[in-house]
Design a protein around this ligand. Structure first.
Ligand code: BES
Ligand code: MN
Ligand code: ZN
Length: 497
C-alpha cells in the first residue's frame, strides 16, 4: 500500500511555503485568497499564453514569482459553476492530486470566486486526493520513476474558511476512502496469494474496527446443505469460506440490511473452461465480495446508525479430477435442485446458497447482492453503469439515487416470468443457464429463485468493478466500485429510519 499523503485543514490564508493550487472557474477570476498568492497577477496574465480556459479538471502551472514565499502556483479549472454537483468535488480533489507531481508540500485553496464552498465540499476535495493517490505497488521491487502523481510522504493542506467543520466532515469520509482502498487492494491482489482462506482472514481483520465477524468452514457449509456453492469449489484444492460481518449500530429490534457479495477468487470457468485470452482478469471475480467488505469497513468506521450485515461466499472455480461437470445436478441449501449446464455460470450458484442462508439466519429487512456475474452486462451497459435487477421499486429507486450521488451509477434492467421460464430444466428444478439472449437478465433470474418475499436487489458489477477506464479519482485496475454506493445507500436509506 502506498503511503497516503497526510491531509490537514487550515484557515484560509496565503501559504508560506511549498506549492499552492488555486480553484478557478471559467470566468478566470481568482478568489481573494488565490489573488493574494499571486500579488503581481502573473498567473492570471499567463492564462491566455498557456491557453488555460479553466475547463473542469484542467490545470495550468507557473513558477511562483520572485519575492513570494512559494515555489509554484497551479490554477485548477472547475469549469462552469452551475454544472458543479456533489461528485465534482471529489473529482476536483483527484485532478488536484494529478497536478501534485511529486511535490512534498502543497496547499489547496478551497475558495472559489462567486460561490461559497461548503465544509462538505472542502472535505470531498481531500477525499478525492486520497482516492486518486491509491496505487497497487506491493509487488514492485523498483519504483516507477515516471509516476508523476506519487503522493508518498507528501503533506497536503486544505485551506478553508471553516477548517474545523471541514475536518469533521473529512473524519467521516476517511472511513469510506479506507473502504475503497481496501476493496481495490483485494481486487488487485492475485489469486495465488488471495485464496478463500486469505480472503476470509482479510474480512476477519475488520473486527479491529468493531465488526463481529464469523467464518463458516466447509464442514459447516456441508452441514447447512450448501450444495450449489460447494459444487463450484469442488475442483479447487483450496477450501471455500462464507464470511458473515455484522455491524449493530441501529436499534436492537431493527432487522438488518444485508449486503451480499460474490467472492470467486479465481474463475477459470471450470470444465466449461474460459479461453486463455483475458483469463487473468478473473482474479477480480471477487469484486462483489470486495465491495461488501469495503462497505462494511466504511459503515463500521463511521459508526453508522443502522444494523448492517455483510455476507460473502468465497470460492475458487478450478478444474481437477474432482471438478463439477456440465450436466451434474446439485442440491442447494433451499432444497431446490440445479442442473449445472455450464460450470462457468458459477457466480449464481454461489449467490443461491448465500441468499438462502441470509434469509434463514437474519430475516433481513432487505438484501442487496453485488456480483461480477456476466460478460453480457458489459455488452448491454458498458463499464460506466452496473446493472440493477430487483423485485422492489422503492429499493431500486433508492439505489439509483445513491448511484447518482456517488457517481457509482446503476441502470435498472428488466426481469419477469417470461425470462424466468427460460431457466426451467427438464431434469431438475432449474438449470444455471438460459438461452442465447439477455444473458445478464437470465443470470439475475437465477438468484431470484432463492429470494422469498424480502426486498432484494442484484447489482451486476462486471463492467465497473475492474479494468474500467481511469478517472480523476481512480487509476487502479480494481476500482473499488460499490463501496461508496453501498455506504451512501446505508446513510440515506437505512439510517435513522
Ligand atoms: N465471472 C464471469 C463474468 C465476467 C466476465 C465478469 C468478464 C467480468 C468479466 C462469470 O462467472 C461468467 O463466466 N459468466 C458467463 C456466463 C455464461 C457461461 C452463461 C459469461 O458471462 O460468459
Ligand atoms: Mn464464470
Ligand atoms: Zn465468475
Amino acid at each position: 500500500m502506498t503511503a497516503k499523503p497526510t491531509i490537514t485543514f487550515a484557515k484560509l490564508s496565503a501559504p508560506r511555503k511549498g506549492s499552492a493550487i488555486l480553484l478557478v472557474a471559467d470566468d478566470l477570476s481568482l478568489s481573494h485568497m488565490a489573488g493574494s498568492c499571486d500579488p503581481g497577477g502573473h498567473l492570471a496574465r499567463s492564462f491566455p499564453i498557456s491557453g488555460f480556459k479553466a475547463a473542469f479538471g484542467t490545470s495550468s502551472e507557473l513558477l511562483a514569482p520572485e519575492g513570494t514565499p512559494l515555489d509554484r502556483l497551479t490554477a485548477l479549472g472547475v469549469g462552469k459553476l452551475e454544472s458543479l454537483n456533489e461528485f465534482s468535488w471529489l473529482r476536483l480533489g483527484g485532478a488536484a492530486a494529478a497536478a501534485f507531481r511529486g511535490r512534498s508540500d502543497v496547499t489547496v485553496i478551497a475558495e472559489l470566486e462567486g460561490v461559497a464552498v461548503t465544509a462538505a465540499q472542502a472535505a470531498a476535495i481531500a477525499a478525492g486526493i486520497l482516492l486518486r493517490s491509491y496505487r497497487f505497488e506491493k509487488y514492485k521491487t523498483r519504483r516507477d520513476d515516471d509516476d508523476p502523481a506519487t503522493t508518498e510522504g507528501m503533506r497536503v493542506t486544505i485551506a478553508f474558511a471553516e477548517p474545523t467543520a471541514a475536518k469533521r466532515a473529512f473524519a467521516e469520509l476517511v472511513h469510506v476512502v479506507d473502504g475503497v482502498w481496501l476493496a481495490r487492494d483485494l481486487v488487485n491482489e492475485p489469486a495465488n496469494t488471495l485464496g478463500p482462506i486469505e480472503f476470509a482472514a482479510a474480512a476477519k481483520a475488520l473486527e479491529l474496527h468493531g465488526l463481529s465477524v464469523d467464518v463458516l468452514t466447509e464442514r459447516e457449509m456441508k452441514k447447512l446443505g450448501m450444495g450449489a456453492l460447494l459444487g463450484v469449489a469442488q475442483g479447487s484444492s483450496r477450501p471455500s469460506r462464507v464470511v458473515v460481518m455484522r455491524w449493530n449500530g441501529g436499534k436492537a429490534k431493527d432487522k438488518p440490511v444485508v449486503l451480499i457479495g460474490k467472492g470467486v477468487v479465481f474463475d477459470t470457468g471450470g470444465n466449461s473452461m474460459k479461453t486463455a485470452s483475458g483469463m487473468e482478469d478473473m482474479k477480480g471475480d471477487m469484486g462483489g465480495a470486495a465491495a461488501v467488505v469495503g462497505a462494511m469497513r466504511a459503515v463500521a468506521g463511521r459508526k453508522a446508525k443502522a444494523n448492517v450485515v455483510g455476507i460473502i461466499g468465497v470460492v475458487e472455480n478450478m478444474v481437477d479430477g474432482n471438478a463439477q461437470r456440465p450436466g451434474d445436478i446439485v442440491k442447494s441449501m433451499s432444497g431446490q435442485t440445479i442442473e449445472v449446464m455450464n460450470t462457468d455460470a458459477e457466480g449464481r450458484l454461489v449467490l443461491a446458497d448465500v441468499l438462502w442462508y441470509c434469509q434463514q439466519r437474519f430475516q433481513p429487512r432487505l438484501m442487496i447482492d453485488l456480483a461480477t456475474l456476466t460478460g453480457a452486462i458489459m455488452v448491454s451497459l458498458g463499464q460506466f453503469h452496473a446493472g440493477l435487477f430487483s423485485n422492489d421499486d422503492e429499493l431500486s429507486q433508492q439505489l439509483v439515487a445513491a448511484g447518482l450521488s456517488t457517481h457509482e451509477r446503476l441502470w435498472r434492467m428488466p426481469m419477469g416470468d417470461d425470462y424466468d421460464k427460460l431457466i426451467n430444466s427438464k431434469n431438475a428444478d432449474m438449470k444455471n443457464i438460459g438461452g442465447r439472449y439477455g444473458g445478464a437478465g437470465l443470470a439475475a433470474q437465477f438468484p431470484q429463485r432463492f429470494v422469498k418475499d424480502t426486498p432484494w436487489a442484484h447489482l451486476d458489477i462486471a463492467g465497473p468493478a475492474m479494468s474500467a477506464p481511469a478517472s480523476e479519482i481512480n487509476q487502479s485496475w480494481g476500482t473499488g466500485f460499490g463501496v461508496r454506493l453501498l455506504d451512501r445507500f446505508v446513510r440515506d436509506a437505512c439510517e435513522g429510519s
